[in-house]
Design a protein around this ligand. Structure first.
Ligand SMILES: Cc1ncc(C[n+]2csc(CCOP(=O)(O)OP(=O)(O)O)c2C)c(N)n1
Ligand SMILES: [Mg+2]
Length: 325
């Protein structure tokens, strides 16, 4: 049987994509549970539904490419290589956390992995992405900056300033919009004059395209090709990935602004079971094998929760350390 998936990637890589998506889903769903138990406090924005974007895109980048994102970024950090234990501990505010428990959910940061944050200010990552790209070009490092952001960020001035300077200075930035149709409770057509976000780069002479963000293979192929173009041309590019979050904006949002019917349409497009089905249909995995993968991910996440629970709080004396003044 001809396998469409095998034409894209070797079996090992295809299975890795599935493994990572499952780990992300299990991690996020465990976060919801820990929030309900009061172990995670403050804002918590979960990524369930959008896994194909983080997983497909990261696989299309090089390890030394920088990644920046917004505040819905646990999977982006984990897929880049952050230890789920240290990410969970960070969400618990523990000393063993990725940022010593001082950042929390919205401020994950791992420079050793070239994961440069986690930004709670909508559009805060754009100028930093451009600055990193300027530095990378100046030092002739050959790496690019992948800057993830939401549909709700594109009306911030920083988006337009970043696009402009990235083009004027010919900087290697791959802008990746995760268009999940909502900025908190506001549907994208109510906030954007042109809701086809990829078309908005024409004013800056930046090429762009749209991709199905529920299809991990499509995202991977598009990002890989886009990244190669950025690297070769030393020019910015923008990809708009059409996706959907299955939960509310944050844990405190019951998402009353969207209909159950709409949610059902998108749940039918859930990137995990759909990719699983293709893997099985094309003889790359068995249903049992994929179930085992999920069980392994569940164990890994439970170990992360246990690690976070048992970890110490930061010392009081830590309060004035790591402050940028
Ligand atoms: C500068 C700024 N303005 C407003 C907010 C409040 N805020 C938090 S998230 C958000 C919506 C962002 O939506 P989007 O970029 O689509 O990301 P998504 O939540 O869909 O992932 C807003 C307005 C903020 N954090 N920063
Ligand atoms: Mg959004």
């Amino acid at each position: 049987m001809d396998s469409k998936l095998r034409a894209e990637l070797p079996d090992h890589d295809l299975l890795k994509l599935y493994e990572q998506m499952v780990l992300c889903r299990e991690f996020e769903e465990a976060c919801a549970e820990q929030y309900t138990k009061g172990h995670i406090t403050g804002f918590l924005h979960l990524y369930s539904g959008q896994e194909a974007v983080a997983v497909g895109a990261t696989a299309g980048l090089h390890k030394d490419d920088y990644i920046l994102s917004a505040y819905r970024e646990h999977p982006q950090a984990i897929v880049r290589g952050a230890d789920p234990k240290r990410v969970m501990a960070e969400l618990f505010g523990k000393a063993t956390g990725l940022c010593k428990g001082k950042g929390g959910s919205m401020h994950l940061f791992a420079p050793e992995l070239n994961f440069m944050g986690g930004y709670a200010i909508v559009g805060g990552q754009f100028p930093i992405a451009v600055g990193l790209a300027f530095a990378a070009k100046y030092r002739q490092e050959g790496r690019l900056v992948a800057c993830f952001f939401g549909d709700g960020a594109v009306n911030q001035g920083t988006f337009h300033e970043a696009l402009n300077w990235a083009r004027v200075w010919e900087l290697p930035v791959l802008f990746v919009c995760e268009n999940n149709f909502y900025g908190i409770g506001t549907e994208v057509h109510r906030s954007s004059a042109l809701a086809d976000i990829h078309k908005r780069t024409c004013g800056y002479d930046i090429p762009s395209e749209r991709v199905d963000g529920m299809d991990v293979i499509a995202v991977h192929e598009t990002v890989k090709r886009g990244a190669e173009w950025v690297r070769e041309q030393s020019r910015p590019y923008l990809i708009e990935a059409m996706t959907y979050r299955f939960r509310g904006h944050s844990m405190s949002d019951p998402a009353k602004y969207r209909s159950p019917a709409e949610l059902e349409i998108w749940k039918a497009r859930d990137p995990l079971p759909n990719f699983a089905r293709r893997l099985v249909e094309e003889g790359i995995a068995t249903a049992e094998g994929l179930k085992e993968m999920q069980a392994t991910a569940q164990v890994e996440v439970q170990e992360a929760v246990k690690f976070a629970e048992e970890s110490p709080w930061p010392e009081d004396s830590e309060v004035f350390n790591d402050i940028y003044v």
